[in-house]
Design a protein around this ligand. Structure first.
Ligand SMILES: C[S@@+](CC[C@H](N)C(=O)[O-])C[C@H]1O[C@@H](n2cnc3c(N)ncnc32)[C@H](O)[C@@H]1O
Length: 174
């Protein structure tokens, strides 16, 4: 038994060694940041197909939160490739936040495919510090599959609270 455990541990060490080495050389995070958007673009098509009805339900009442102008202003934190765009109501003004700048070209593609939206801007920032977004300036904040990867959930939620209008809505999915 002890020998089996030792062999398994050795196998894991050997398999993980290239990652440790790349991390030590400071290259691993660059690889992840570059490759992850491609991976997510591929996976999210499948995920969206499976979750379409749930997402439609999750975003069904967004328009109710529109401010006095009638235009819904929405901030998506950790937007990734913009897979949620097609579920947002027509005329919705979307601002995207993501710390990974490599998502921009995927966002541009999603914007082109979702002409019913008004795209405002893409901010390269973490949810924990969205200082470029003014206090009380958005009607809805959306955050799907992101809170598990932020460094501080508390700080992110404080920022969400700060940027939302007093009667805005926070829509999240862990
Ligand atoms: C699993 S993806 C989800 C993407 C998208 N929200 C979706 O539902 O398809 C996680 C996203 O969170 C982003 N992210 C990671 N850390 C973050 C942080 N501290 N603040 C905001 N976004 C973050 C990643 O760059 C990535 O785009």
């Amino acid at each position: 038994m002890a020998l089996t455990v030792f062999i398994l541990q050795l196998a894991v060490c050997i398999l993980a060694f290239p990652m440790y080495l790349l991390n030590f050389l400071g290259i691993w995070s660059w690889i992840c940041r570059t490759l992850f958007p491609h991976f997510l673009a591929w996976v999210s098509v499948i995920y969206n197909e499976k979750m379409a009805s749930k997402k439609r339900e999750l975003f069904s009442n967004l328009q109710e939160f529109a401010g006095p102008s009638g235009k819904l202003s929405l901030l998506e934190v950790g937007c990734g490739t913009g897979t949620n765009f097609k579920f947002y109501p027509p005329g919705c003004r979307v601002t995207c936040v993501d710390p990974n700048p490599n998502f921009e070209k995927f966002l541009i593609k999603s914007i082109a495919e979702n002409r019913h939206l008004e795209f405002e801007r893409f901010l390269v920032a973490a949810g924990e510090n969205m200082h470029n977004v003014a206090d009380g300036s958005v009607d809805v904040v959306v955050c799907t599959l992101v809170l598990c990867s932020v460094k501080s959930q508390e700080q992110t939620l404080q920022e969400v609270y700060r940027v939302l209008r007093p009667i805005g809505s926070f829509i999240y999915k862990i």
